[in-house]
Design a protein around this ligand. Structure first.
Ligand SMILES: [Zn+2]
Length: 468
């Protein structure tokens, strides 16, 4: 039974009569005057809690600050450590997500205590949030394409028209064909080269609808119908083609590359076919309903010949602007080989996380580690680094530096670990608040992290409730 299935009126009665609190999962307790029935309910409530599957729905109706939507956590407005404006007060959960469906941590992280952020991070693994936008778009395409889709759906693709709107330039025309207005539809569908490609891919019976729809109808048409000439799944082909066209457009404009020598048609067909395997595993991943499991999280030693650098960023929540990062390097035996601190002055949480990664790479270069695992607890930072670089992202410059440093180091692997596995780096980042502004290396471990190093080396773990 799910609590939300009890009719509204009896829920209210239960809550006030039995003083369960107004959290989304009621608090169940007995008093000396409780009936036998109520005692039995309370006794068995633990099993209900265990059996509950957490679903946020599409996040469009739940108020981020005012509704109690995080299990056993209360309303965020009661826990906040920084100001929330009247306007923000009425924003819904989906307003706090990025186009790719992850949390937009920059918007709220600095205003909430650590343990609350951890709880939100756990909810974020629920891909239900994606349903705020056409789910099929996201589910039927590889990660890179689905990200492009979300941006297209929100009409945020950085075309010349969008650049003009943001005051970045005053020329909205298409630099490839001279068309007056390069918006999303022009860049991806109507520019002559793109149009030629679509005419080879789409059955001619569908051309009128295909070439005249507005953006939302066009996206919906392409995920809901099989309108391709070839024996290939159309939404998949469509996703791959959009992605390829946008990439070629950027190469032509920014890298001054002449139009590709290879035939666009065959390139798209080839890419679509080779994505097929990725799709199925991607789909399996996404359709599984999230359920909570407890698991032991611990720090793992890197493989022989590798150095693992755990990095972390920290923002002082009392003074949101005070940021720092730190990290710890260890070898395959789990032994400490070095650490770093860097006081960042003032920047956002996500910047601080990325500065941690960049500093870790600088440390690797300084000590000439050639095979490096960079491990961080920020899923957002980790995904940003692994995804294709978006010029419009506020962290684009930092990300570009990170990609460049990787090439200098040699072999670099980025991976995510839960906070419980990153405690030594977290402690270094907090120490860094009092350190100098430039990157400083330490050759012996500071007292604050010795117990963490010791726990990690012995494989001591911490229990965590995860979405599995
Ligand atoms: Zn054009």
């Amino acid at each position: 039974m799910r609590f939300e299935e009890i009719p509204e009126y009896s829920r209210l009665t239960c809550r006030s009569k039995y003083r369960c609190g107004d959290d989304i999962l009621p608090e169940m307790k007995t008093s000396s005057s409780s009936s036998r029935l109520w005692r039995a309910v309370v006794r068995n409530w633990a099993h209900v809690n265990e059996g509950i599957e957490w679903r946020l729905g599409d996040g469009k109706r739940t108020k981020f600050w005012l509704d109690a939507w995080i299990p056993n956590c209360g309303k965020l407005v009661d826990l906040v450590t920084g100001p929330v404006s009247q306007l923000e007060m009425h924003e819904v959960v989906v307003d706090y997500t990025t186009p790719s469906g992850g949390w937009d941590w920059d918007r709220f992280e600095y205003r909430l205590p650590d343990q609350i952020r951890a709880k939100i991070a756990a909810v974020s693994s629920s891909f239900e949030l994606l349903s705020a936008r056409p789910k099929d778009l996201a589910a039927s395409s590889p990660a890179a394409c689905s990200f492009l889709f979300m941006v297209m759906w929100d009409n945020k693709l950085l075309t010349n028209a969008e650049r003009v709107r943001r005051g970045m330039t005053d020329v909205a025309s298409c630099s490839r064909c001279g068309g007056v207005y390069e918006d999303v539809l022009h860049a991806i569908r109507d520019c002559p080269n793109a149009k030629n490609l679509w005419m080879r891919l789409v059955r001619s019976a569908h051309w009128p609808e295909f070439f005249s729809s507005d953006l939302p109808s066009w996206l919906l048409l392409n995920v809901s119908k099989q309108i391709g000439r070839l024996q290939m799944d159309w939404p998949t082909t469509f996703a791959t083609t959009c992605w390829s066209l946008w990439k070629w457009r950027n190469e032509a404009i920014f890298a001054n590359k002449v139009e590709p020598v290879t035939d666009w048609f065959f390139t798209v067909v080839h890419r679509t076919r080779s994505y097929k395997e990725d799709f199925s595993s991607f789909l399996n991943q996404r359709t599984r309903a999230p359920s909570r499991i407890d698991k032991i999280v611990k720090w793992d030693k890197p493989e022989l010949g590798w150095i693992k650098i755990n990095v972390d960023g920290a923002c002082n929540s009392e003074h949101a602007a005070k940021a720092a990062c730190g990290g710890v390097a260890r070898n395959a035996q789990g032994m400490f080989v070095g650490a770093f601190t860097r006081n960042l002055g003032s920047c956002s949480v996500i910047h601080a996380e990325l500065w941690g990664v960049l500093s870790g790479l600088e440390m690797a270069l300084h000590y000439q580690y050639r095979k490096v695992v960079i491990e961080m607890d920020s899923l957002v930072a980790c995904e940003l680094i692994k995804s294709p670089l978006m010029d419009s992202h506020p962290c684009a410059a930092l990300l570009r530096d990170i990609h460049r440093r990787c090439c200098d180091v040699g072999e670099v692997v980025f991976q995510h670990v839960f906070r419980e596995g990153n405690r030594a780096a977290d402690a270094m980042a907090r120490l860094a608040h009092d350190s100098r502004l430039q990157l400083s290396f330490l050759l012996s471990p500071p007292g604050d992290i010795i117990s963490f190093l010791d726990d990690d080396n012995r494989g001591v773990g911490t229990l965590r409730s995860c979405v599995g």
